[in-house]
Design a protein around this ligand. Structure first.
Ligand SMILES: NC(=O)c1ccc[n+]([C@@H]2O[C@H](COP(=O)([O-])OP(=O)(O)OC[C@H]3O[C@@H](n4cnc5c(N)ncnc54)[C@H](O)[C@@H]3O)[C@@H](O)[C@H]2O)c1
Length: 366
């Protein structure tokens, strides 16, 4: 079992990483929260594969369980679901000591995390991420959110889980496109500060992303350790945590342009290339870094152009720029970019000439 500690000023918790972890989760609950109910939130896909397994392990330890499921998809991160789940859970009975479990991908994690932070003014919650994206990124660090009609993740809290349990075996049922979307976030970590990790990924991650047992553990644990370090330094995203948004300023605008009908990780794939290209256009990075990244993404069949995200959409650079200026991390239209001085060397930059940004976007239209 790999254990990574998240050490924050007013909270410490562990991320547990191992194959076949469900038994351990039930024993952990029994030991740490005796007499407390487990409230599981999942989605309709994950329910089919893992809900009964988790329920059985918990009830075997004589833990009372109530489970709730939402539809899969970004639309589930909504006020409607927050209300639906809150009313159901309150009606069934919830106590301040009970534990909410988020069993699923980033969508279930963000929704269940937000719900946990407000129901009864906050109850403990535990993440059991079942997508690669959630295992390497969204389940760690305590960002929770639902979407507003005006944009993604605009309503949310910083609310840390009490533990995160990662079982890489759950990835065996994940559709390939979702696995790849999660892999985009893996690459992101290497681009931020670890060229050696990028080279390792380039060498070890084969075109079909079929990773051996040890390699997937190495991928997940490397990312989780990196995230733990960054979150410890800057829990509330005042400065260094923003580096985790490499490629995301572009990606959020692209997702918004597509009405969230694309996978987050797919938009991140194009967004990272755009951030790299902007870094080149501003003279910070070299074309060879761009080429290395593009070739790696291409080999994995991750999107590298806007048309790879949707060939139906008529893309306009001014619309994308406009969405970026409205991003929650922009201030008075001044976009905050994460750029890099090459692979493994990201930094924050404001006050970039919009004309250069627009020109960069246009390079991805063809
Ligand atoms: N809180 C954060 O720090 C943070 C960070 C990054 C992304 N996010 C959010 O995460 C969300 C995306 O998360 P995601 O990519 O995990 O998407 P997701 O939760 O929609 O999962 C992708 C798909 O896989 C299915 N699925 C999940 N696990 C499965 C499994 N083991 N087997 C079979 N099917 C499975 C889901 O039902 C869904 O259809 C976005 O809303 C994004 O904003 C949050």
């Amino acid at each position: 079992m790999i254990k990574v500690q998240i050490n924050l000023e007013d909270k410490k918790y562990y991320i547990f990483l191992n194959h076949n972890i469900f038994d351990y989760i039930a024993r952990f609950h029994k030991k740490n929260y005796p007499g407390c109910k487990a409230i599981i939130i999942t989605d309709n896909n994950v329910k089919k594969f893992y809900l009964k397994k988790l329920e059985d392990k918990l009830t075997f330890q004589s833990i009372k369980v109530n489970s709730y499921s939402v539809l899969s998809g970004e639309r589930s991160k909504s006020f409607k679901n927050l209300e639906y789940l809150s009313e159901k859970i309150i009606k069934k009975g919830i106590n301040r000591n009970d534990i909410i479990y988020a069993l699923g991908g980033g969508i279930v994690g963000d929704l269940a995390g937000f719900l946990s932070s407000v129901i009864l003014r906050g109850v403990k919650f535990i993440q059991i991420p079942t997508t690669l994206l959630a295992q390497v990124d969204s389940s760690v660090g305590g960002k929770t959110a639902i979407n507003s009609k005006l944009g993604k993740n605009l309503i949310g809290t910083f609310y840390q889980p009490s533990a995160v349990f990662i079982d890489p075996n759950t990835l065996s049922t994940l559709p390939r496109k979702d696995l790849l979307a999660g892999y985009a976030e893996v690459i992101k970590y290497s681009l931020i500060d670890d060229k050696i990790f990028f080279d390792w990924l380039n060498k070890n991650v084969k075109d079909n992303l079929s990773l051996t047992t040890e390699k997937i553990i190495k991928v997940i644990s490397t990312c989780v350790k990196k995230k733990a370090k960054i979150v410890k330094l800057d829990e509330k995203e005042k400065k260094s945590r923003m580096l985790l948004n490499f490629g995301h300023t572009f990606a959020h605008a692209l997702e918004n342009e597509l009405n969230y009908k694309t996978r987050h990780g797919e938009a991140v794939s194009v967004g990272m290339l755009m951030a790299m290209k902007l870094s080149c256009n501003l003279g910070y990075a070299k074309q060879k870094d761009f080429n290395l990244l593009e070739t790696h993404l291409k080999r994995l069949k991750l999107p590298i152009k806007l048309n790879n995200l949707s060939d139906k959409k008529k893309w306009l650079s001014k619309d994308i720029l406009d969405k970026m200026q409205k991003d929650k991390k922009s201030y008075k239209g001044n976009i905050q970019f994460i750029l890099c001085r090459g692979i493994g060397s990201a930094f924050i930059k404001k006050n970039i000439d919009n004309a250069i940004v627009k020109k960069t976007i246009e390079e991805f239209l063809i």
